[in-house]
Design a protein around this ligand. Structure first.
Ligand SMILES: C[S@@+](CC[C@H](N)C(=O)[O-])C[C@H]1O[C@@H](n2cnc3c(N)ncnc32)[C@H](O)[C@@H]1O
Length: 356
């Protein structure tokens, strides 16, 4: 059997944005299908109506370009009524029908309260299923990143989606979630957002080339200093702009200057390598500020959050990104832009822009 749909995981509550995004890509690539999405389910299905279109769409779109999907894979229709006494046999048959030798197996569930209750079940189920897949030569002995990876995505103990993701076009993390340990010395939990952004939105090469010891950075809306802490940890010297108080420990590092100023007015006297911004403001206002810094050459790289409004979140995000792109293009600036709703984000999307 050939997969006839793409399953996309997202943050619970963002199914409609995830659906709009994949529909836009389908339209752009001339793929015909429809979306099945349920509010707060934390996943979305894109179902082909023309055979082969799910595979074509999956091949045509780079996973990294998706903002709202944490993971995606080519899937068979949902299997329900799995027998409680032997779930492995029907799953084996499903994997065999895909005719793909897998380099790894993920047994997963939606990132919802109900899905989390399945975590132990998924963990326990992984070894027996992997063993049987190996016996049938459907799964390599050791993890192989160059091959398709199998996914069994359980909605409950009787309903599951089975399919595979392809090499270099997926998240390598279980459930598409990058788990990071909170560093206890950091002044706020939002430190994880910037850490995840560096790890997700920049390649390893870019991190080496673009984040250099002793570079100068500005953090707009810095207090109490979770993001500044990440910059300091990476060896940067930071001007932290915020009317609120900064963590005293950070100021003692000698790498931080605190300016109690308005982040929308502050401008550095000399250009800096990095500007990051986590101010809670209308996304359009933040987008325009970011474009101004880049066009004026005040920074070469930026990571910032766009807090999404209550309604029309997808449209608002698109409009903000287009505004920035329009201004950079008008100024004939070459750039890369990547946007993603990170695991540590809530009602926001994180954007990286680097001048080439
Ligand atoms: C979400 S918090 C930032 C948290 C910070 N990134 C961290 O990791 O600790 C938002 C901050 O933006 C600041 N802020 C909001 N509007 C601002 C403005 N116009 N100028 C400077 N700071 C502003 C607030 O004072 C607040 O401290």
């Amino acid at each position: 059997m050939s997969p006839d749909r793409i399953l996309l995981y997202c943050r619970a509550g963002f199914e409609s944005e995830c659906a709009q995004e994949i529909m836009d890509h389908a339209t752009e690539n001339g793929c015909t299908g429809y979306v099945k999405a349920q509010k707060n389910a934390a996943y979305v299905e894109w179902v082909e109506t023309v055979p082969g279109d799910a595979k074509r769409l999956h091949r045509s779109v780079a996973f990294e370009s998706l903002v709202f999907a944490r993971q995606w894979f080519l899937s068979l229709p949902m299997m329900d009524n799995l027998p409680e006494t032997d779930r492995v046999t029907p799953l084996l048959a499903a994997f065999r029908s895909l005719q793909v030798r897998l380099g790894h197996l993920w047994v997963e569930s939606p990132d919802t309260n109900q899905g989390k209750e399945l975590a132990t079940f998924c963990k326990k189920f992984t070894a027996p299923l992997a063993q049987r897949l190996r016996q049938q030569d459907l799964l390599t002995k050791t993890q192989n990143p160059g091959r398709a990876w199998g996914h069994a995505f359980f909605l409950d103990s009787r309903r599951v989606f089975v399919g595979y993701s392809t090499a270099d076009n997926r998240s390598v993390h279980h459930n598409g979630i990058m788990r990071l340990k909170f560093p206890h010395e950091a002044p706020s939990r939002s430190t994880l957002k910037l850490d995840e952004a560096f790890l997700t939105l920049l390649t390893e090469e870019e991190r080496e080339e673009r984040v250099r010891l002793s570079d100068k950075a500005v953090d707009l809306g810095a207090a109490p200093g979770g993001w500044t802490w990440q910059l300091v940890r990476r060896g940067l010297f930071v001007t932290a702009v915020d009317n609120g108080p900064m963590d005293p420990g950070l100021l003692e590092t000698g790498q931080v200057v605190h300016k109690r100023e308005d982040g929308f007015r502050y401008q550095p006297k000399q250009p800096v390598a990095w500007m990051v911004c986590d101010m809670v403001e209308k996304p359009r206002r933040v987008a325009d500020l970011m474009a101004t810094w880049l066009v004026k050459g005040l920074c070469r790289q930026t990571i910032f959050n766009l807090k999404l409004p209550m309604k029309r979140r997808y449209e608002e995000l698109q409009s903000c990104l287009h505004r920035i792109q329009g201004k950079l293009e008008a100024a004939e600036i070459d750039y890369v832009i990547r946007a993603r709703q990170l695991y540590h984000d809530r009602e926001e999307v994180t954007v990286y822009i680097g001048i080439c």
